[in-house]
Design a protein around this ligand. Structure first.
Ligand SMILES: CC(C)(COP(=O)(O)OP(=O)(O)OC[C@H]1O[C@@H](n2cnc3c(N)ncnc32)[C@H](O)[C@@H]1OP(=O)(O)O)[C@@H](O)C(=O)NCCC(=O)NCCS
Length: 356
């Protein structure tokens, strides 16, 4: 039976380090508050006008290709996960294809909008294509440039201190080794609380959504029967309605419930137990969330990879960056059982079990 394996993994983070103390100069926050609530000490921000979500994805892809022993020309399908694309449309998949210089191959490019669980969703799609024999080298990318779209005033501090920029990429290939590869993937979503963690403007909703679920705010829209409505009104700009908003405590409570649930589900399907896990790579949402999940599953510190302290939450990029780092550090060896798990906006959550 054909299975898929991660043949190469790589990551890229911008050079510019932004410490908590740097943020205290532009908003009312403290290093203590950020570290105590989130575990974050610093994050990376892109060089404005020089780096993009796509360019970071390209940098990570080149490393993943090299480690998989392939050239970018060998990629036969692209899956790109991000919530911070270069353009509203088209997505980053085709831009990455162009920057890699492989447009002549005309391979398909798919864009994934599943926020923090984007990479695990994308990996699951790659797995299906590879196991059915459709493609041999599927590129899966998670990349985010949050620093261009956050509210760096005190108004946005609950969100802006958390997020950072970066990218990770993986090459997914077939393997006939029965002892190796992706054993199971589990994908879930519940749109009931879509606005609890969301960037709702610009959008086509016409003003029926707002910062708080169920609360109808007057966005100052033109009359409903007019044509060519603009996406932004002066009121929306003044109120900063183009920034992401989040009900942090609500998200936290859902995350600590769904992470262990979806991990156990993947284990159950593969006929394995929590004691079989060698390395858990949780999406880096909050160090407290990862620590809670670790306790729930009874894992030791050396069985969970955390790097939120250095990069913050990089959304779709966080799982591949952490996986790549753990691998580079020699913490993932052939035969190890690696578990990827993510939860985020949507809400969407997902897991993947890989025999490395
Ligand atoms: C965002 C999060 C760190 C906030 O921590 P919290 O303990 O829930 O804090 P609250 O939002 O209840 O706010 C507590 C106080 O801190 C303040 N605060 C918020 N952000 C702050 C900041 N950056 N610096 C200082 N104070 C801040 C709030 O204004 C509030 O003040 P008040 O009590 O005077 O009203 C936490 O809820 C969290 O991590 N949630 C999950 C988020 C997440 O994982 N998102 C990504 C999902 S993939």
């Amino acid at each position: 039976m054909l299975r898929s394996k991660i043949a190469g993994i790589g990551y890229y983070v911008p050079e510019r380090v932004v410490t908590n103390n740097e943020l205290t100069k532009i908003m009312d926050t403290t290093d203590e508050w950020i570290q105590e609530r989130t575990g974050i000490q610093e994050r990376r921000y892109c060089q404005k006008h020089e780096e993009t979500t796509t360019s970071m994805g390209v940098a990570a892809t080149r490393i993943a290709c090299e480690r998989a022993g392939i050239a970018p020309e060998d990629i036969d399908f692209i899956i790109f996960a991000t919530l911070s694309p270069d353009y509203y449309f088209p997505g980053c998949g085709v831009l990455l294809q162009r920057e890699l210089g492989i447009t002549h191959r005309e391979v398909g490019a798919l864009d994934i909008r599943n926020q923090c669980s984007g990479f695990v969703y994308a990996l699951s799609i790659a797995d299906q294509f590879v196991r059915t024999g459709t493609y041999k080298n599927v590129l899966v990318v998670g990349s985010e440039m949050h620093s261009m779209g956050l509210d760096f005033s005190t108004r946005g501090r609950n969100v802006s201190v958390i997020f950072g920029d970066g990218a990770g990429a993986a090459i997914v290939q077939p393997t006939e080794d029965p002892g190796r590869g992706i054993l199971s993937t589990k994908l879930h979503a519940d749109g009931t609380y879509a606005e609890k963690l969301a960037l709702i403007n610009p959008g086509t909703h016409g003003g029926f959504h707002s910062r708080k679920l169920g609360e109808d705010i007057d966005f100052g829209y033109p009359p409903a029967d007019s044509y060519g409505e603009i996406f932004f009104t002066p009121k929306m700009l003044a109120d900063g309605m183009y920034y992401p908003n989040m009900e942090g405590q609500f998200v936290f409570k859902m995350a600590v419930q769904k992470f262990p649930e979806v991990i156990r589900e993947a284990l159950h399907e593969a006929g394995l137990q929590t004691t079989d896990i060698d390395m858990l790579i949780p999406h880096q949402a909050n160090l407290r969330i990862s620590q809670f999940v670790q306790r729930q599953l009874g894992l030791r510190d050396d069985q969970v990879w955390n790097n939120i302290q250095r990069y913050g939450n990089t959304t779709a990029a966080s799982v591949p960056i952490a996986l790549s780092e753990a691998w580079e550090a020699g913490k993932i060896k052939e035969g190890d059982l690696v578990c990827l798990a993510a939860f985020g906006s949507g809400f969407t959550w997902a897991s993947a079990l890989i025999r490395w």
